[in-house]
Structure formats: structure tokens, C-alpha cells
Design a protein around this ligand. Sequence first.
Ligand SMILES: CC(C)(COP(=O)(O)OP(=O)(O)OC[C@H]1O[C@@H](n2cnc3c(N)ncnc32)[C@H](O)[C@@H]1OP(=O)(O)O)[C@@H](O)C(=O)NCCC(=O)NCCS
Length: 175
Amino acid sequence: MATQREFSIFDLFKFANVNLDPLTETFDTNFYGTYVVTWPDCCQTVFNAMGTIQGYVLGKIEGRRDDDLAKNWHGHVSAVTVAPEFRREGLARKLMDILEKITSVIYNGFFVDLFVRATNKVAIALYKALGYDVYRTVKGYYSSENPKSSSSRDPILTIASLTYIFSSSGLKTLR
Ligand SMILES: CC(C)(COP(=O)(O)OP(=O)(O)OC[C@H]1O[C@@H](n2cnc3c(N)ncnc32)[C@H](O)[C@@H]1OP(=O)(O)O)[C@@H](O)C(=O)NCCC(=O)NCCS
């Protein structure tokens, strides 16, 4: 069973089970604080009956709100992650669904987009299953793609040179 609520800054003290995953980025406190204060509704946590954090999504709304020509007012997924022991239970699908609904219903956004490493096949499978398409590829988006990077957390992914940006399209277009 999973319960959902807005991500809290105090989750930082409890999310090690989720973030001790090589594919989950850990940022500085200021990053989380900015998200919690600026886009609280776009940041959601799921947890079980024991209070264990199962996963979370950190999102934001960006683009030009009033530019109906550009139509780029949209939701952006900065992080979506589920602890290994809670995967394949539909939690990421649920978290993405919440962010899409908030983008559409609360903010009247046009679409949702995100970046994912080209080597992250599981996440790519998730986004494809949710109806996202590759919109463009960007070289060197992640700092660990730099061959001189000193990151030792992610040695395999340092070789990735391309990053996909997924954008909802077709039936997934929000409006
Ligand atoms: C990617 C991730 C968030 C998926 O979380 P999850 O809760 O296990 O995903 P869900 O159970 O909601 O899966 C939804 C669909 O995605 C696809 N999918 C998810 N995991 C998959 C896997 N290991 N292999 C193939 N397809 C997969 C399936 O189509 C799945 O639907 P199904 O279970 O009905 O077949 C999780 O694996 C994770 O946290 N990975 C590490 C962090 C990460 O890479 N985040 C994304 C960064 S951009």
C-alpha cells in the first residue's frame, strides 16, 4: 500500500533508501528547498504504512505562460525515483500521472518534459510506456558524461554521450 503527500524538506533525512541508487541524482539542500518552496504541488512523495519513503517526484513548471504561439508553458520532471524494493508496483506511473494532472489542471500547461540518460533503459521503458517520445538529444547534459568527470558513483554512465529529452505527444498532449 502506498500513500501520497507533498514532498517535505524533512524527507531528506529519510530518503537514503531511495537515493542510494546509482541512477538517482542527489542534489544539495538548496536544490530541494527551492523545489519545496516554489513548486510544492509538483513535488510528491509516496510512502508505506511503516512511514518508509518508497519514491518521489520533483517537478516544476516553466516556460512562458502567456505565449500561446510558443505553447511552451509546461511541467518538467527534475527527478522521479522509486526505491529498488518497491519497483514494478506502478509507483513511478502514479507519480508521473500526478505531475501530469497538476501541470494540466492546476497550471494549464501544454506538456510535460524531462531529461534521461540515453543509457538508462529502464527509465526509457517507463517513459515510453507512459506515451512519451524522444524530442531531441543533447550531448553533455549530465556532468558525469564528461570523460574527465571525477564522479565515481556512476562509472558506467560516464561513457554516455547522448541524453534524450522526452516530451509528451499525441494522446499524451495535455491540451
Ligand atoms: C525508472 C523507475 C522510476 C521506474 O519506477 P517503477 O515504480 O518501478 O515503475 P512502474 O512500476 O510505475 O512501471 C511503469 C511501467 O514502466 C515500465 N517499466 C518499469 N520498470 C521496468 C523495467 N525494469 N523493465 C522494463 N520496463 C519497465 C513498464 O512498462 C511498467 O509497466 P508494467 O509494470 O505494467 O509493465 C525506477 O526503476 C527507478 O527509480 N530507477 C532509478 C532512478 C531513475 O532512473 N529515475 C529516472 C531518471 S530520468
